[in-house]
Design a protein around this ligand. Structure first.
Ligand code: ADP
Ligand code: AMP
Length: 215
């Protein structure tokens, strides 16, 4: 199955993707994770991406589309994938369509997780991520059973440098200005399914599985 999971920063895309890729055994393509890896490794692409990520702005489309195109051309993506955090602009969505046409595959479903803005700020400023396996927690809503260590692998948890109140404000504005239009874009293609994201992690998971089961 070929799926996009979308929604504003903090909606729960990464959290739900963790469950879905385990349940469905499909590749997880998160552009945010790919950029963070490149930043950590100090590659030239990572250095370029870092400038934008620190400010809460989007990395330019030519860079982002390039890494997605490369990843989608790998053999494990021919049958199924879950795109998380991509596309984020109408131009990226048009590029994705061309990439998929060129490898002769179509999207099955676009899941849009809906959460109000006030809820998003609380979620993002309280987010903690495992340094080693990338598992996502929240200090109040989804704490690790092992305190400041990951309950999956025991590594330390950290706060993303773009999860400060100031950068989150920019990221939410960028979402409204550049990404929200994709709701209409995918609605127009008859692919969009809205899922209420204000429920518990497991309830949202159940809703998404219900939607995917009916596609
Ligand atoms: P995104 O990938 O959309 O930016 P995340 O999956 O990283 O969002 O979730 C953002 C924060 O909100 C994390 O701290 C996560 O633990 C928390 N979170 C995710 N889903 C829920 C939920 N349904 N209820 C409460 N908190 C949630
Ligand atoms: P995320 O992990 O999805 O919250 O993304 C973190 C940051 O990576 C974003 O604030 C952007 O700077 C960058 N990024 C991730 N995905 C994209 C994308 N599709 N287009 C442009 N920038 C992106």
């Amino acid at each position: 199955m070929k799926i996009i999971i979308m929604g504003p920063p903090g909606a729960g895309k990464g959290t739900q993707a963790e469950f879905l890729v385990k349940e469905m055994k499909i590749p997880h393509i998160s552009t945010g994770d790919m950029f963070r890896k490149a930043v950590k490794e100090g590659t030239s692409m990572g250095l370029e991406a870092k400038r934008y990520m620190e400010l809460g702005q989007l990395v330019p489309d030519h860079v982002t589309v390039g890494i997605v195109k490369e990843r989608l051309s790998e053999a494990d993506c021919s049958e199924s994938f879950l795109l998380d955090g991509f596309p984020r602009t109408v131009s990226q969505a048009d590029s994705l369509e061309k990439i998929l046409e060129s490898i002769d595959v179509g999207l099955d479903s676009v899941i849009n997780i809906v959460v109000n803005r006030e809820g998003l700020m609380k979620r993002l400023t309280g987010r903690r991520v495992c340094k080693s396996c990338g598992a996502t927690y929240h200090v109040l809503y989804n704490p690790s059973k092992d305190g400041d260590k990951c309950q999956e692998c025991g590594a330390e948890l950290y706060q993303r440098s773009d999860d400060t109140e100031e950068t989150v404000t920019n990221r939410l504005d960028v979402y409204e200005q550049q990404t929200a239009a994709l709701v209409e874009y995918y609605e127009g293609k008859g692919l969009l399914h809205h899922v209420v994201g204000d429920l518990s992690v497991m309830e949202v998971n159940k809703e998404i599985l219900k939607v995917l089961g009916s596609v």
